[in-house]
Design a protein around this ligand. Structure first.
Ligand code: NAD
Length: 481
């Protein structure tokens, strides 16, 4: 347990900065306030953008040898590891997530900086043969100012996911933290501020999305937008960004399906279902929100999943309960409303379907719907809560059609012992990532992103670094050849 400061600030141009307005951050497990944070205004956003612009234009991030950026990023990773316990406590209190998962977020954040430190001095162009009389090569320039908008479900690791490659490539960054869970990110940025980067390289503001977020993404000083959040917000940002044709990475929502064939290893499958839909109270963009089960094992799997869901411990994040609260009263209301609609449409809630009425915090019962059909809202809309829709299928063909039958395409999963079937399905699944026999296999090293309404561009892995640079081609005429 760590004492939590009662008031938190924004970080602009190398200084911690207060504001006349405040946002209150509440503990989702108790619905009690944790602290307040300075609510950034449009004027704060302007200062942050100008600081980032100055830093980017000064060349301070790129003038030295790339080895300087390697040193900065490794130092940042060290500083983050040093605050992981304290930061985890803060994140667990404001967000409701398990303390161990909150700590994992800080360690993952450190890993992003180590990983992209390894790439910061290897951003190499290519030489293109044009025959005698010419020389041609490519350079990778940083974009300049990267505006990064972060959601509340994994604020620390998602912040690091975009910030680390942006800095590795030599960009200056303005980050907007989410209103519901901004404090852990302040601990992260405090650690980063110790690493000796030039002022203005990293700026953090916490403001209302529609006011400050929208101001950021329509500003001329911005050279790139990285957005992680919901589909409607992503669409609104794309409209704003269109004014200055600002290139964007969009990491949006999902309605991801796991396909369980009759020969699936039952233990592997159940462990994956538990983490797939109940980890972080189901508030994961790549949650396993649909489970497609082959008819021969359907009844057995439904029974086992319901028993597992009913056996979960429910409680506070600080006690590392299996199922923790959802982030806010509004989030809980939305989840319950979608469950009610599903029941009206004929889906059967074998367990759950509503909130715990007797708890002070925002606790949703672990919920399992069976006999869901592809046209029901619970099969089509993102819930972002601990709610699983189970659907039967007979053939591989049918399973693929159901899995691909939404507007989303973030991740998908196949559970089978038949490698050829796994590979056939993998090729046909419409998603940015496919898990075979373990949900959430993969890591910071593996490219991640969506198709369809799940977005575009890739984060994580080597590929993500190239979202943070622009290619410049240099074509030279050589006299005398
Ligand atoms: P959200 O879209 O409500 O908010 C995300 C961020 O956008 C917040 O910081 C918010 O303040 C800001 N924002 C809101 N309106 C804005 C506007 N008009 N202009 C600019 N910024 C604005 O999403 P959320 O509720 O915080 O997060 C949940 C959603 O995020 C889910 O749909 C989930 O699937 C998605 N998500 C996706 C990924 C991914 O990597 N694909 C990861 C995590 C979450």
């Amino acid at each position: 347990m760590y004492p939590i400061a009662s008031h938190w600030l924004n970080y602009i141009d190398g200084q911690w900065s207060d504001s006349s307005q405040r946002l209150t951050v509440n503990n989702p497990g108790t619905a009690e306030p944790v602290a307040t944070i300075a609510q950034a205004t449009v004027a704060d956003a302007e200062r942050a953008l100008l600081a980032a612009r100055r830093c980017a234009d000064s060349g301070l991030l790129t003038r030295a040898r790339p080895a300087q950026r390697v040193t900065w990023l490794l130092r940042i990773a060290e500083e983050i590891r040093a605050v992981a316990d304290e930061g985890a406590w803060v994140l667990c209190q404001e967000n409701g997530k398990r303390l161990s998962d909150a700590r994992d977020e800080f360690i993952e954040a450190a890993r992003y900086f180590e990983y992209y430190a390894g790439m910061a001095d290897k951003i190499e162009g290519t030489s293109i043969p044009l025959g005698n009389g010419y020389m041609d090569f490519t350079l990778y320039d940083p974009m300049g100012v990267s505006a990064q908008i972060v959601p509340w479900n994994f604020p620390v690791s998602i912040c690091a996911r975009s910030l680390a490659p942006a800095l590795a490539a030599g960009n200056a960054v303005v980050i907007k933290s989410p209103e519901l869970s901004p404090l852990g990110m302040c601990v992260l940025i405090r650690a980063i501020a110790n690493a000796g980067l030039p002022d203005g390289a990293v700026n953090l503001i916490c403001g209302r999305g529609r006011e400050v977020g929208s101001y950021l993404v329509s500003h001329r000083a911005v050279d790139q937008i990285v957005f992680t959040g919901s589909v409607p917000t992503g669409q609104s940002i794309l409209r704003d960004a269109a004014q200055h044709a600002i290139p964007s990475v969009m990491e949006l929502g999902g309605k991801s399906a796991a396909i369980a064939f009759a020969d699936a290893d039952r233990e592997q499958l159940l462990a994956s279902v538990q983490s797939g839909i109940f980890f972080n109270a189901g508030q994961v963009c790549s949650a396993m929100s649909r489970l497609l089960v082959q008819r021969e094992i359907y009844e057995d799997v439904v029974e086992a999943v319901v028993a597992m869901a009913e056996g979960l411990s429910v409680g506070l994040g600080q006690d590392n309960a299996d199922l923790t609260p959802v982030v806010s009263a509004g989030q809980l209301t939305g989840i319950e409303a979608l469950c009610r609609r599903a029941i009206e449409e004929g889906a059967v809630a074998v367990t759950g379907g509503e909130a715990f009425a007797d708890r002070a915090g925002h606790f949703m019962r672990p919920t399992v719907f069976r006999d869901v059909t592809a046209d029901m809202c619970i099969a089509q809309e993102e819930v972002f809560g601990p709610v699983l829709a189970i659907m039967p299928f007979d053939t591989e063909e049918q399973a693929i059609a159901i899995a691909n039958g939404t507007e989303f395409g973030l991740v998908a999963g196949v559970f089978t012992q038949d490698i050829s079937r796994a590979m056939r399905c993998t090729r046909r699944l419409k998603s940015g990532q496919v898990f075979v026999n373990e949900w959430y296999a993969g890591g910071i090293e593996t490219p991640f992103g969506g198709v369809g309404l799940s977005g575009f561009g890739r984060e994580k892995g080597q590929e993500a670094l190239y979202s943070y640079v622009r290619t410049k081609n240099v074509a030279i005429r050589i006299a005398g050849e």
